[in-house]
Ligand binder design. Structure first.
Ligand SMILES: Cc1cc2nc3c(=O)[nH]c(=O)nc-3n(C[C@H](O)[C@H](O)[C@H](O)COP(=O)(O)OP(=O)(O)OC[C@H]3O[C@@H](n4cnc5c(N)ncnc54)[C@H](O)[C@@H]3O)c2cc1C
Length: 281
């Protein structure tokens, strides 16, 4: 039987030191994924480093340049009801409110979800659509990684040994956008079969899909088509087809690859029309 040591440091540098010194150590956030993996014997870490007492990982703060910094230990429920996230940034709150069910949202954190890198999770497409940046801290210091580079494959992220997600930063620019998060799941509380995050602003469109590839899927051609076609029905249909071509879905318990391809154009249209219906800025 493996013995696991438990630590609950109060300082971020102490957590980093413990993690960097042992590649079998794991950080613990909300435990909604980690504890399930321990219970299923999928992991047996030598050390668990709880992040709960580290003040530097907490809080949602609007900064003077209009960007928003979300501490990694912010729960999904805290994010969903935050009044710091306004206007276009509500996209992330909307995605947080669609995660699992209440018990999961009360414990699970944005840092844990992002670090886990599940391609069917709700945050990855929303973060890509909002041009978010992941603030990672490790033994070599702090670095900022664009969300579009952070998610690298199935359960694979850009985090290196000993690095943790410290915060998520939403840039001010897309706060002006009209945004919407559309999720299709088999039942309420499940991961997405397909999800669509949309941001529309004067002169630009961004769409990121979840659940249809190992990382969030975008198509520059689809976004150009939507912009040139001024979001007409024809342009949305063409963009939907381009996004289907850019996707790489799997067959799994949440739906076949073919079913997912059929969902994409419908959900894209629904998401764009819902974003347009929000107040213009
Ligand atoms: C029944 C159920 C339904 C769910 N439904 C959904 C859903 O619909 N949509 C969705 O998106 N998610 C869903 N989830 C996952 C949920 O969002 C989890 O909260 C999330 O994946 C992990 O967050 P956590 O804070 O609990 O992290 P933990 O379980 O504590 O950790 C997860 C992993 O990340 C690592 N980690 C934790 N924090 C950090 C950090 N700051 N830096 C680096 N590594 C870190 C851990 O070592 C572990 O490997 C569901 C989970 C369950 C159990």
């Amino acid at each position: 039987m493996t013995t696991t040591r438990f630590h609950a440091p109060e300082r971020l540098d102490e957590a980093i030191r413990l993690l960097a010194a042992d590649d079998e150590a794991r950080p613990l956030a909300g435990g909604q994924t980690l504890v399930a993996m321990l219970n299923a014997d999928l992991l047996s870490p030598s050390q668990i480093i709880s992040l709960h007492r580290i003040a530097a990982l907490k809080g949602i703060e609007k900064r003077s340049d209009g960007s928003v910094r979300i501490g990694a230990m912010t729960t999904h429920a805290g994010l969903a009801r935050s009044d710091v996230l306004r206007d276009g940034h509500r996209l992330l709150a909307q995605a947080a409110g669609r995660i699992g069910h209440e018990a999961i949202r009360n414990r699970g954190t944005i840092g844990g979800a992002v670090a886990h890198g599940d391609p069917s999770a709700d945050y990855p497409p929303a973060l890509v659509a909002l041009d978010a940046v992941i603030e990672a801290v490790g033994p070599k210091g702090k670095r900022e990684i664009p969300a579009s580079d952070f998610f690298q494959g199935f359960l694979t992220t850009a985090l290196g040994q000993g690095e943790i997600v410290a915060a998520i930063i939403l840039p001010p620019s897309l706060n002006q956008a009209r945004t919407h998060y559309e999720k299709f799941a088999r039942v309420e509380g499940d991961f997405a079969t397909v999800s669509v995050a949309v941001a529309l602003w004067r002169g630009g469109v961004r769409i990121a899909l979840g659940g249809v590839g190992p990382v969030p899927v975008r198509s520059a051609e689809a976004e150009a088509e939507l912009q040139a076609g001024q979001l007409s029905d024809a342009a949305i249909n063409d963009a939907g087809a381009l996004l289907v071509a850019a996707s790489d879905p799997l067959d799994d318990v949440r739906g076949s690859a073919d079913y997912r391809r059929r969902l994409i154009p419908r959900l894209v249209k629904r998401a764009i029309r819902a974003a347009q219906a929000k107040d213009a800025r």
